[in-house]
Design a protein around this ligand. Structure first.
Ligand SMILES: NC(=O)c1ccc[n+]([C@@H]2O[C@H](COP(=O)([O-])OP(=O)(O)OC[C@H]3O[C@@H](n4cnc5c(N)ncnc54)[C@H](OP(=O)(O)O)[C@@H]3O)[C@@H](O)[C@H]2O)c1
Length: 342
């Protein structure tokens, strides 16, 4: 049996962190060597997440102590800004880093600094970072030293749209992405607007139009696909469920929903985690939560109306930790579905 790759996890007390630990603890080719936490350093992971005890446990170490640990690969589940800072010592030692935050997703540092209101600490590293959407960057991912894992909403919007922008960009007039996310999308850090009484039996829009930070990331990748600047309207909503994202994407185009489905279905014919669904069987959250799948369907488009794409995924898996493991599998030459089929 080949040696397992050794893994460190920064920010292991996060929602994406515990999901990553669940996936990696069952991964036949990976061994978790450290999990860091600022606020719970010195405590056992099972003290923070009792449900993990029979699967994996360890004493959490501080971010500072983590820098002394030799590992092959580090996953960062930290907030943006903090993430790049804490990843740098590992990157400087040649450790491969998979960053779940937005810090390495932008090719243009000015776009990052405008939208994230933070001066990027490692602009010189941005050209080396690979955007980790496996369905479109598999070759580059295989050689990545710094892997920028895409945003959760972004993944649900890009997967149906990129094949269309790659093949028929001139026939797309405009796009509106109307997305709904479960509350875990906002993270585990306490906030008034994600308290139970604020979200339960409620449904609200926030950061709508051209305001949410995932908008420039969508625009960057759609512009690369189209070979021209692309803008879109993006309106996120908070759903009173724990997990899952459903994006309803309106595409003003001269081609039919059937043709769009044909293009996307051909693009993803060999993709293990994309499932094209029929318009009579539209994707919903139950079809995808706790899995690494993104389900997509196309409908509408009659009598001059927009074509409508519906895409669903689990924000913590295909939208974060599952996609990160998929990227790790590609980076280390493991079968891409290792540890992810369930
Ligand atoms: N939630 C999602 O659906 C989702 C999806 C895709 C990508 N992401 C991205 O993934 C990252 C993690 O998201 P999350 O939602 O899982 O986060 P979260 O649940 O809010 O947890 C944040 C983590 O960061 C640590 N942390 C916070 N401030 C820190 C600081 N100043 N120094 C060191 N550690 C700090 C916390 O650790 P301690 O308090 O223990 O120190 C905690 O483990 C974020 O960048 C997020 O944008 C999230």
């Amino acid at each position: 049996m080949t040696k397992k790759i050794t893994i460190g996890i920064l920010g292991g007390t996060s929602y994406t962190g515990i999901e990553l630990i669940r996936l990696l603890a069952c991964h036949e080719k990976a061994e978790i060597c450290f999990v860091s936490s600022r606020s719970s350093a010195g405590e056992r992971l099972s003290g923070v997440f009792p449900e993990i005890k029979s699967l994996f446990d360890t004493v959490l170490i501080s971010p500072d102590e983590s820098k002394t640990k030799p590992v092959d690969c580090v996953f960062s589940c930290l907030p943006h800004a903090v993430s790049a800072e804490l990843c740098m010592p590992f990157i400087n030692k040649g450790v491969r880093v998979i960053d779940l935050s937005a810090d390495f997703r932008f090719k243009n540092p000015a776009v990052y600094e405008t939208w994230y209101k933070h001066k990027h600490p490692a602009v010189h590293l941005l050209p080396d970072a690979v955007y980790g959407l496996p369905e479109h960057y598999r070759k580059q991912i295989a050689g990545a030293k710094i892997l920028a894992n895409p945003g959760c909403y972004v993944t649900s919007v890009l997967l149906p749209l990129i094949p269309l922008f790659k093949t028929m960009s001139s026939r797309i007039e405009w796009v509106i992405a109307d997305s709904k996310s479960g509350v875990s999308g906002a993270g585990r850090t306490l906030r008034l607007d994600t308290h139970f009484c604020e979200t339960n039996e409620n449904f609200s829009a926030y950061s709508i139009g051209h305001v949410h930070r995932h908008t420039p990331e969508m625009e960057q990748e759609l512009s690369f696909a189209a070979g021209r600047p692309v803008t879109l309207t993006f309106s996120p909503h908070l759903l009173p469920v724990n997990r899952g994202i459903l994006s309803t994407i309106y595409i003003k185009t001269s081609i039919s929903a059937q043709e769009c489905a044909g293009i996307v279905s051909a693009a993803y014919a060999r993709e293990p985690f994309i499932r094209l669904r029929d318009e009579k069987d539209l994707p919903n959250l139950h079809m995808v939560v706790f899995t690494n799948y993104c389900d997509i369907a196309f409908t509408g488009g009659d009598n001059g109306h927009p074509v409508i794409a519906v895409a669903a995924l689990d924000n913590l898996i295909k939208g974060a930790s599952g996609q990160a493991v998929q990227n790790m599998n590609i980076m280390y030459g493991f079968p891409e579905t290792t540890g992810l089929l369930r």
